[in-house]
Design a protein around this ligand. Sequence first.
Ligand code: KG4
Ligand code: ZN
Length: 364
Amino acid sequence: MKKSLTILGIESSCDDTAAAVVRRGEGKAEVLASVVFGQTELHEAYGGVVPEIAARAHAEKIDICVEQALERAGLGLAQIDAVAVTAGPGLIGGVLSGVMCAKGIAAATGLPLVGVNHLAGHALTPRLTDAVAFPYLMLLVSGGHCQFLIVASADSYRRIGGTIDDAPGEAFDKAARLLGLSQPGGPAIEAAAKAGDPAQFALPRPLLDRPGCDMSFSGLKTALLRARDAVVAEKGGLTQQDQADLAAGFQSAVTDILHEKTKRALAEYRLLAPAKPTFAIAGGVAANGQIRSALVGLCETEGVAFVAPPLSLCTDNAAMIAYAGLERFAAGETDGLDLSARPRWPLDDQSPAMLGSGKKGAKA
Ligand code: KG4
Ligand code: ZN
């Protein structure tokens, strides 16, 4: 195997069309270029991602994305060692766009093709950004994902818990809607909560009374709705202070749930006796100040290193796919031109299927 590997990555499993070039030589991996075309405005009017619209937009943009990524990296396909592509899980029309594009490049150039699990892309990002050693504990918390993974190697993941209904980002978005705040809901709730008293409304912490690391956020959202309706029934509307108190109460409940479940996940992870225990968090919700400082504090208490890759590499992107492909390719794994696109593809086949689907469609 060559000392340095340069991989082209392609991602189109949800509502971001992306291409990137990642190189790993002797040391840490480097993102040479990362291009992302978002589709937010195409789906805005519908309140969620419309699969058919997403698939068409991916098909239109994907080759432009690949061209731009190569151009920004200053490379041609001749300098690429392999093409990595998200082969699932995700919205099937989008995944197909990426897989067909990657197959086209592989067939035309003879480059090796590497299919990547989208969740493996997220889960391996701490290695791309911080060269974290295996095994580490990962928490994916975004609008579409919520799971604890023990990452033992590039192809060995153990899911030790996750949401049984909504993803936390999705819960923040719905909570913001209930309180008349703007979207995306996470930053809006966080801003409103600054002026609020979290103890003003007693909101539940679902599943904390049950053992294990599974989480639930939809009951919390319903409790918020009831609390809001009670205020409206009493006063005829919500004052700005009520809005702030409800936002603060909601954010604190999510923080408590993530804090307690992370504590349990860390205990399970530590049974593996890792040489350098590390907890990594990824996803939009990791941007939340209260949640982040609760988890940083927990890691300090537990003597565990805390890693949070930059947000641009936590949200959907192709650099993580190129990197996950690089790890597979470096291990001698490639796929044939019969690589199929998979709408569902659990990282951990041993764990039961996740019940929650996330606002952006089914994920493993
Ligand atoms: O990782 P991400 O960009 O990808 C998706 O899954 O879409 O996550 C977006 C989610 C949104 O639901 C958003 O409300 C949430 O992350 N989010 C936050 C914050 N910033 C973004 N949630 C809580 N607090 C924040 N500051
Ligand atoms: Zn994702």
